[in-house]
Design a protein around this ligand. Structure first.
Ligand code: NOJ
Length: 577
């Protein structure tokens, strides 16, 4: 079935780091308005805005203290309304971040909830007595600390799957569900076009909150084991209600952030028949093809060894090509079976894609364009994260004190406390920290990269004079120009949206090649995922000598007609057959 959100390209704005309009070093809504023409010129249809709600910023806005007002540093609700109007005026849409697995501990619900065991809001959150004088179970949160915090006032523990300032909401309480649904309607009635739903598959909690036995005891006794609570059947019930009572009354799109999903699990959320979500973000490619964010002593040690090994072998981390192709094939079955996919490598939680999967020294431009080719030609809706379109890279800050991300700081602390040498822990920080993606957007080569006139909240990447939007705007060979081209191609050729998908030359260890076919139109995409030359085999019935290359990331891709092609490092080509 055709849908506008299948044809669209989404651009994620992380407001804190996008554009500062008032010189306080923090991006804001007026800054976003100033840059809407830039986003439009890129060819974007939908903006996904990371949280702009009131928040004490323990986790940069993912800890919300008031769902219906705007964070002071970002502006006012009037600014936000003007932004929405300006987005719509340019023919774009806006989706907001919906963070309802947890609130801030400074949300009035939690303040009331923690005030007494008899508070009418007590059951808005998940409170438990301790077990043998400590936490109710051994869960570790996503941010390297125990998932329970003791509250002296009422002598019970509350659950938080993230920081202790992000208490989990209790979705089993119908009042919580009603509050969330009302809040969603409030934003939808303002005219927004959908939601990106933060860790939405964690909202349903298992009965009994039992200990994890999965990895055995760690040195500190806590176990990070999201399989225990991710994808609980209750979550499906809540999402079905949400669709029925709220979303179905509007023409909107939804994308759920869902850790711990395989294609089969994802399909339960996105199968049109199930009436839950339109698509999800899975993590298989960013976690298993590259490397997972390490947690715990042994995994960090393994990571460090792997990292050193990789550096010795290749100088940087590379694709596991066969694994990646298998994964792409498996995820295509979600679409074949009646769902839809998202395509992304980057967001505000991931290291910069060109640093992780490409090559920032010899083939910066070419490898950045190669990754763009994947995202925009694989089946699913493409998501571009701010700065990706100019090939922004990871940053190496020398001291842990320069990092701002709570997940990074906690993981570092835990690693060092657990006995990992600080220099090793810093290596993990450099390649994994979420701050890699959060350094200010590089607009031009002026001070602070044109992001702000004041000192930015997080350091600017020192490469901003080389990598910035202004420099790339009129350069026909730039990464930015390539993004514009590939995005407009996706608009012209619906084969890239609705075409079916078939991989060829499956066993090739360096390249991925696939056919997209829709009605009578056929495209071939050939991509060398590595920094070495690759030989790719093309099916016998394809006459490449006569085919037309419609986009390539090298000066000229040319192929002989004998079924064998030789690809330059990171070469990518889209060919009309
Ligand atoms: C996922 C978000 O993308 C991340 O930035 C945040 O820290 C957690 N969810 C908690 O809200």
């Amino acid at each position: 079935m055709k849908n506008w959100w299948k044809e669209a390209v989404v651009y994620q704005i992380y407001p804190r780091s996008f554009k500062d309009s008032n010189g306080d070093g923090i991006g804001d809504i007026n800054g976003i308005i100033d840059k809407l023409d830039y986003v439009k010129e890129l060819g974007i249809d939908i903006i996904w805005l990371s949280p702009v709600y009131k928040s004490p910023n323990d986790d940069n806005g993912y800890d919300i203290s008031d769902y219906r007002s705007i964070m002071d540093e970002f502006g006012t609700i009037e600014d936000w309304e003007r932004m929405l109007e300006q987005i719509h005026r340019r023919g774009m849409k806006l989706i907001m971040d919906l963070v309802v697995n947890h609130t801030s501990d400074e949300h009035k619900w939690f303040i009331e909830s923690r005030s007494s065991k008899d508070s009418p809001k007590r059951d808005y959150y998940i409170w438990h007595d301790g077990k043998n004088g400590s936490e109710p179970n051994n869960w570790e949160s996503y941010f390297s600390i125990p998932a329970w915090t003791y509250d002296e006032a009422t002598k019970q523990y509350y659950l938080h799957l993230f920081t202790s300032k992000q208490p989990d909401l209790n979705w089993e309480n119908p009042k919580v569900v009603d509050e969330v649904f009302d809040m969603m309607k409030w934003w939808l009635d303002k005219g927004i076009d959908g939601f990106r739903m933060d860790v939405i598959n964690l909202i349903g909690k298992p009965e009994g909150l039992l200990d994890s036995v999965r990895f055995g005891e760690r040195y500190d006794g806590y176990v990070f084991d999201p399989a225990l609570y991710a994808n609980n059947q209750k979550t499906h019930t809540y999402l079905k209600q949400m669709r029925k009572k709220v979303l179905s009354n509007y023409d909107v799109m939804t994308v759920g952030e869902t850790p711990m999903v395989t294609p089969d699990i994802a399909l339960e959320y996105v199968d049109v028949k199930n009436e839950e979500l339109d698509m999800v973000f899975h993590f298989e490619h960013v976690e298993s093809v590259g490397n997972a964010v390490p947690k715990g002593f042994f995994r960090i040690m393994l990571f460090v060894i792997g990292e050193l090994w990789n550096m010795l072998l290749h100088g940087s981390r590379k694709f596991d090509v066969l694994k990646y192709k298998d994964l792409v094939n498996r995820w295509y079955t979600v679409i074949e079976r009646g769902g839809w996919n998202s395509q992304y490598f980057s967001n505000h939680d991931q290291p910069r894609q060109v640093s992780k999967f490409g090559d920032v020294t010899t083939y910066h431009r070419r490898s950045a364009k190669m990754l763009a080719t994947l995202i925009h030609t694989l089946p699913g809706t493409p998501y571009v994260y701010q700065g990706e379109e100019i090939g922004m890279t990871n940053i190496k800050l020398l001291s842990i004190d320069d990092y701002r991300d709570i997940a990074t700081i906690n993981a570092y602390k835990k690693a060092v406390e657990g006995g990992i040498p600080a220099a090793f822990a810093m290596m993990a920080v450099h390649s994994k920290s979420r701050d890699n993606a959060r350094t200010p957007m590089q607009w031009n080569s002026e001070k602070y990269a044109g992001f702000s006139t004041g000192m930015p909240w997080l350091k600017v990447n020192p490469n901003y004079k080389k990598i910035n939007a202004e420099k790339q705007a009129n350069d026909p060979a730039s990464i930015l120009t390539y993004y514009k081209k590939i995005i407009s191609l996706r608009k012209e050729i619906d084969t890239l949206v609705y075409g079916d998908f078939k991989i060829m030359d499956e066993k090739n260890r360096r390249s991925i090649s696939y056919i997209r076919k829709y009605e009578s139109k056929k495209l071939l995409v050939i991509i060398n995922l590595t920094g070495k030359r690759a030989h790719a085999k093309i099916d016998k019935d394809i006459d490449l000598a006569r085919a037309k290359v419609i986009l390539t990331n090298i000066r000229k891709s040319s192929f002989a007609g004998d079924g064998h092609v030789i690809l330059k490092p990171y070469e990518a080509a889209i060919i009309e057959l």
